[in-house]
Write a protein that binds this ligand. Structure first.
Ligand code: NAD
Length: 283
């Protein structure tokens, strides 16, 4: 496979387009918002320039890589792709509608992958006539830097689709890990309860956010404490994923901490809002 379409050009979409184009793929990057496409192109350019400064890629590479990325607002440009990676907003209605359209537009044998963090791959696949060719390809943020791709098999995903996607991830220089489609997959099912417990510790006055993060960094060798990580992910995103875990697994051990709910209601969403467990002065 050498032709990809990436749908959604936000934080994740631009990074996914970057990595595919850097590894020789022709990439069609689609977003319904023209401004998102402009911003994505600028971000890819500046990230490639940073790679040149670090000596990771030669000086001529950015122009070559950007030359392989075409942008547009019409989903029709996914027609020529062998692999489509959907990285649009984390909203089931948006993803269901996109997969219904992509199933009509994309070539019959094309693989339709989603970068969703928490929506069921099986439910997304059921919106198409090719559930065996639908799979989760969960990249981590920032995509050009993070090694992991969580490859999620829906109920009907075929072995052939899974192995093509695992091979593709390896060819992109990533490490794929195969998991099955249950709420939160592995990454968020393990991460979010830890973040939630750290928030309970703040609420109960067990320790300050700085102290909790220091315990986890120095005591458990985590590169980032759970509360700093929650701020980075976005507290609204953490809350939404905990709700998915609690509903999907039917177990109150995933109940979101009331302090998390209160902070989201107050707009203290973490880094993107300038305040969360820590303050982030505007740049
Ligand atoms: P984002 O909000 O930065 O970008 C989403 C983009 O999708 C926007 O540019 C928006 O204009 C576009 N979009 C929305 N509806 C569309 C449509 N119908 N057609 C075309 N484009 C559309 O979001 P993000 O953080 O990049 O997340 C994208 C996906 O990746 C989500 O499913 C999210 O759960 C997942 N994800 C995010 C992270 C993260 O750290 N941000 C990590 C892993 C996975």
């Amino acid at each position: 496979m050498t032709r990809a379409a990436v749908v959604g050009a936000g934080t994740m979409g631009n990074g996914i387009a970057h990595v595919f184009a850097q590894h020789g793929w022709e990439v069609s990057l689609v977003d319904s918002a023209p401004a998102a496409l402009e911003k994505a192109t600028a971000t890819i350019r500046s990230n490639l320039d940073r790679q040149v400064k670090k000596g990771a890629i030669p000086p001529g590479a950015p122009a070559e890589v950007l030359g392989r990325v075409t942008t547009g607002t019409s989903l029709e440009s996914a027609a020529g792709a062998e692999l489509v990676i959907e990285a649009a907003s984390e909203d089931p209605a948006v993803k269901f509608s996109l997969f219904e359209q992509l199933d009509r537009i994309a070539a019959p044998g094309a693989i339709l992958a989603t970068n969703t963090s928490s929506i069921s791959i099986t439910e997304i696949a059921a919106r198409t006539a090719r559930p065996d060719r639908v799979i989760g390809m969960h990249f981590m943020n920032p995509v050009p830097v993070m090694q992991l791709v969580e490859v999620i098999r829906g109920h009907a995903t075929s072995d052939a689709t899974t192995s093509e996607v695992m091979d593709t991830a390896r060819a992109l220089g990533k490490v794929p890990v195969e998991v099955h489609d249950y709420p939160g997959f592995v990454s968020n099912r393990v991460l979010m309860p830890m973040i939630n417990e750290a928030i309970f510790c703040v609420m109960e006055g067990v320790a300050t956010p700085e102290a909790i993060d220091t315990v986890m960094k120095l005591g458990m060798a985590h590169p980032m404490g759970p509360l700093a990580l929650a701020d980075f992910i976005g507290l609204d995103v953490c809350l939404a994923i905990l709700d998915v875990l609690q509903r999907g697994l039917g177990d109150d051990k995933y109940r979101a901490c009331p302090l998390l709910r209160r902070m989201v209601a107050a707009g203290a969403l973490g880094k993107k809002a300038g305040r969360g467990f820590y303050d982030y002065p505007s740049p």
